[in-house]
Design a protein around this ligand. Structure first.
Ligand code: ADP
Length: 283
C-alpha cells in the first residue's frame, strides 16, 4: 500500500476537519460581506436611478409649457401673416412649428416613460369592445399610411371580443404598434398591414402584422427598452424617439399582459399583445 493510500490516524483526521471548518467559515464570512456590499451598491443604484427619473421628469415637464407656447405663437403668425408672407418665410414658419411639435412629442414620451416605468399611474378600467377600439385607431391612421401607399386591413373577428382595460392607455399601445408598422414599411410598395383581435378561454389577443423592413435579430432582445435603437427614422423620414415600445410594454405589463414579437429582416414583423382573461389588474 502506498503512503497516500494509508488511512489517516484519527487525531490527524480531526485536525484536517478543523482546518476545513476554519476555511469554510472564512469563505462564508467573505461571502456574507460581499453580499452586504452588493446590497449596498444595489440600494445606491436604485436611488441614483430614482433621482435620474425625477430629474428627467422635471426637465420634460418644465420644457412642455414653453414649447407649447412657441408652437401656438408660430401657428398664430402663420394665420395672421399667411397671405402677406413670401414662400420662403412661410416655409420657415412651418418648419418652426413642425420642429416644435417634434420636441413636444419627445417631451410627452419622456414624461410617459418616467411615469410608466415607475408604475406610478392608475388604470381606469372598463369593459372595452376591442374591435370597435381598433376600428377607430385604424381609421385615424389609414390616411397617413395611404400617403405611403400602405393599406391597413382590419380583420373581422369570429365573435365579440371584449376585455377589461384602460381605454386611453391601451389605445396608446395599439396606436404605437400600428404607427410603427407604417413607419417601418417602405413607401410605394402597396404593402398591407393586418390588424386583428381574438378571444379564447384563456386570453384576448391583438396582432399587428406588417410587411415592412423587419428587425435585426440582435435588436430583438432589447427592443422594449427605452432608446434601444437611437437615431433611426422611419422609411419616409418619420421622426422617432425610441420610447414607443418601452411605453407600450409598461402599459401591457400594468394590465398583467405580455407582448411578443417575431420578425424577419426584409420580410416584416408581427407584434402580439396577450391579455389573460380572469386576472383583473390591481389599480
Ligand atoms: P421609435 O419608433 O420612436 O424609434 P420604438 O420604441 O417604437 O421607437 O421602436 C424602437 C425601434 O424598434 C425602432 O427604432 C425600430 O428600429 C424598431 N421597430 C419597432 N417597430 C418596428 C416594426 N414594425 N418594423 C420594423 N422595426 C420596428
Amino acid at each position: 500500500m502506498s503512503d497516500s493510500n494509508r488511512p489517516m490516524p484519527s487525531d490527524e483526521l480531526s485536525e484536517a476537519h478543523e482546518l476545513d471548518l476554519i476555511a469554510l467559515t472564512e469563505a462564508n464570512n467573505e461571502l456574507m460581506s460581499m453580499h452586504r456590499e452588493l446590497a449596498k451598491s444595489e440600494a445606491m443604484l436604485r436611488e441614483v436611478n430614482k433621482r435620474k427619473d425625477g430629474l428627467m421628469a422635471m426637465v420634460a415637464h418644465d420644457l412642455r409649457n414653453p414649447l407649447g407656447t412657441v408652437s401656438t405663437f408660430s401657428q398664430i403668425l402663420q394665420q395672421r401673416l399667411g397671405a402677406t408672407l413670401g414662400e420662403q418665410d412661410e416655409l420657415i414658419l412651418r418648419r418652426i412649428d413642425a420642429q416644435t411639435q417634434r420636441m413636444l412629442h419627445l417631451v410627452d414620451d419622456l414624461l410617459d416613460v418616467t411615469v410608466l416605468e415607475r408604475g406610478a399611474f392608475d388604470l381606469d378600467l372598463e369593459d372595452i369592445d376591442l374591435h370597435a377600439l381598433l376600428e377607430d385607431i385604424v381609421e385615424s391612421q389609414s390616411a397617413a399610411a395611404a400617403r405611403k401607399d400602405i393599406w391597413i386591413e382590419l380583420v373581422e373577428p369570429d365573435g365579440p371580443v371584449t376585455a377589461v382595460m384602460d381605454r386611453y392607455r391601451m389605445a396608446q399601445v395599439f396606436d404605437n404598434l400600428l404607427s410603427n408598422a407604417t413607419k417601418y414599411t417602405p413607401p410605394g410598395t402597396g404593402a398591407t398591414i393586418a390588424v386583428s383581435c381574438s378571444r379564447d378561454d384563456t386570453a384576448v389577443r391583438v396582432r399587428v402584422d406588417d410587411q415592412g423592413i423587419g428587425i435585426d435579430a440582435d435588436l430583438l432582445p432589447r427592443l422594449f427598452e427605452p432608446f434601444a435603437r437611437s437615431g433611426t427614422t422611419g422609411t419616409d423620414g418619420e421622426p422617432s424617439t425610441g420610447l414607443g415600445l418601452a411605453i407600450t410594454r409598461s402599459i401591457v405589463t400594468a394590465h398583467d399582459g405580455t407582448i411578443e414579437v417575431a420578425s424577419e429582416p426584409g420580410r416584416g414583423s408581427s407584434f402580439e399583445v396577450i391579455l389573460p382573461i380572469g386576472t383583473t389588474p390591481e389599480h
